[in-house]
Structure formats: C-alpha cells, structure tokens
Design a protein around this ligand. Structure first.
Ligand SMILES: NC(=O)c1ccc[n+]([C@@H]2O[C@H](COP(=O)([O-])OP(=O)(O)OC[C@H]3O[C@@H](n4cnc5c(N)ncnc54)[C@H](O)[C@@H]3O)[C@@H](O)[C@H]2O)c1
Length: 276
C-alpha cells in the first residue's frame, strides 16, 4: 500500500459484480487508504453481491440510489456526508444503461421513451449528481469527480448505438460542469474513456466480443483491463492530478490514435480461415 488516498473520502457508484470497473476501483481505492460509501440502483442490489465488496472494503456502508431520481441523489449525498463525517474528496460515476439496446431496437427505429430513460440514467445523472454535490457544498477543495465513457462518443461504432449519443452528452457535462465546479469550489471533473471491457454492461452490446478483439489488435498496448482502469482512477483521485480538469482522458492502450495495425489484418485472416 502506498496510501495515495489516505484520509480521502468518497462515493463509488456502479459496482454490480466483480467484473464491474467500479468493483475493481473500490478495491484499489481501499488498498490506497480511502474510505467511501458504495451505491447502486436498488434493483441491482437484489443479488446482494455488493455486500461482499463492502466487507472487503472495511465494511463500507451501502446506500441504494437510482441515479435518475433527484430524491435518491439528495439522500445519497446527505447520508454519505453523515457517514463519512464531513465533506467528500472523490466520486466515481460508473453507470450506464441503454433501454433501446436491451429491447433489441435498431438505431434507425428508436423508441423515444426508452431513449429518454437511457439519457436520464447514462448522462443526465452525471449533471444531477454534480448539481446535488454542489448544492450540499459536499466536495472538499481539490476534490475529484470521474465518470466512465467510451470512444463511441467521438466515432461511430454502429452497435454501440444510442450509447454513443449518451456518452457524448456525458463528456460534455464533464466540461461544462467542470468549469463551474473548478471556478466555485476548486473541484476537478473528468471522464475516462476506457477500452472495451468484459463486464455486464459491456457484454450487453451486440458483437461485443468482435469489437473487443478488434480494439485489442489495433491498440499498440492492447486493451486496458478493468483492473488497470482502477489504477488510473486512483491516480485521478490522488493529489498527483490536481490541475487536470474538464478532460476526456483516453485509457485505451493507444486505440484512439492508431490508424493501422498488421495485427488487425492477422485477426481478419484468422477469422476468414475459421469461417471456411
Ligand atoms: N465495459 C465496457 O466495455 C466499457 C467501456 C467504456 C466505458 N464503460 C462504462 O463504464 C461504466 C461502468 O460499466 P461496467 O462496464 O463496469 O458495467 P457494469 O454493468 O458492471 O456497471 C454498470 C452499472 O450501472 C448501474 N446502473 C444502471 N442503471 C442504474 C440506475 N438507474 N441507477 C444507479 N445505477 C445504475 C448498474 O447497476 C451497474 O452497476 C459505464 O458508464 C460504462 O458505460 C464500459
């Protein structure tokens, strides 16, 4: 343990099971000396797996909250401050869900009620969270807020579907709210754009295995794992990133800036051979 987060207090959203990026982040934050509250949608807690994580993180308290409900966010922030004994230093928003993908709708035939819910849960929730934190004056100076995103916000991955639009808005909130949080409270706000990762949310996207392999072959360093993402999150919560704000930070083994790789050709050839 290096105690990079010693004395820091936070809230971690979105640990569903041990594959979740948030799950790995919680373990790493705890190992680095942080104290935090865990939260997830009430429905996601039915399996009870989060209790195992809480036990592994010094019996962290769990507060159920649906990110699309104002009252849940109010309650979460107020109770977290009570439990942690004051203001908060870091928050991880690791939440995403597309109803249209889940219901098998084509991108050219979207249900707008579903789309509203997708954007409410996956994007607006980030604004709602930051607005609630600001209203409660819940963040310490030099605090750090992170949300997770994907390069489908900048480039078209057809099966990433409406999540590309939702992530574009999420990243925009990091810039727009990041300005105000920086000016008023010296709090930094960033998004981390992570490689495809084998999690429940990730595997819900059609053809996920194919674009996982494609990204791995194109990226000079290979795909970043959930565990490696957790390390980067720790760095972003630590005092070693104090002046980084309003950024979309690619954590993807170099995928975002690579135009060509022979490994992609080899992958295609292998696929063709096995199809024949
Ligand atoms: N897996 C990937 O390939 C990948 C790549 C880049 C970014 N991300 C992003 O990382 C984040 C975490 O996803 P993950 O891959 O760890 O998958 P995951 O399925 O483990 O986590 C998604 C979480 O969102 C929570 N959630 C959904 N609706 C909610 C609601 N209404 N209120 C509160 N919580 C709710 C789920 O319960 C779950 O814990 C998401 O924002 C996702 O888009 C994932």
């Amino acid at each position: 343990m290096n105690n990079l987060l010693k004395g820091k207090k936070g809230i971690i959203f979105g640990a569903l099971n041990d594959k979740s990026i948030a799950w790995q982040a919680a373990l790493k934050c705890y190992a680095q000396g942080a104290e935090f509250v865990l939260t997830n949608a009430p429905i996601a807690m039915r399996m009870g797996e989060i209790n195992n994580l809480a036990a592994a993180c010094g019996n962290a308290q769990i507060i159920p909250a649906d990110v699309s409900k104002n009252e849940d966010m109010e309650n979460l922030v107020a109770k977290s401050m009570e439990i942690l004994g004051g203001k908060i230093d870091f928050v991880l928003h690791s939440v995403g869900m597309s109803l249209n993908i889940r219901k098998g709708k084509a991108y050219t035939d979207l249900d707008y009620k579903f789309m509203h819910d997708t954007i409410d849960i996956s994007s607006m929730s980030f604004h709602r969270l930051m607005q609630t934190l600001m209203k409660h004056d819940a963040m310490n100076e030099w605090g750090s807020i992170i949300a997770l995103t994907y390069i489908g916000a900048q480039r078209v991955f057809p099966d990433y579907h409406e999540m590309g639009d939702a992530k574009a808005l999420l990243e925009s909130y990091a810039r727009s709210f990041g300005y105000h949080f920086g000016k008023q409270k010296k709090v930094r706000v960033n998004t981390i754009s992570q490689s495809p990762t084998m999690t429940t949310a990730g595997s819900g996207v059609k053809g996920f295995g194919d674009f996982f392999d494609y990204a791995d072959a194109l990226s000079p360093l290979g795909n970043a794992t959930a565990d490696e993402c957790a390390d980067y999150i720790v760095l972003m919560f630590s005092d070693f990133s104090k002046k980084v704000t309003m950024q979309n930070l690619f954590h993807d083994g170099g995928f975002s800036f690579t135009g060509f790789s022979y490994d992609v050709f080899s992958l295609m050839e292998k696929r063709q051979d096995s199809a024949q």
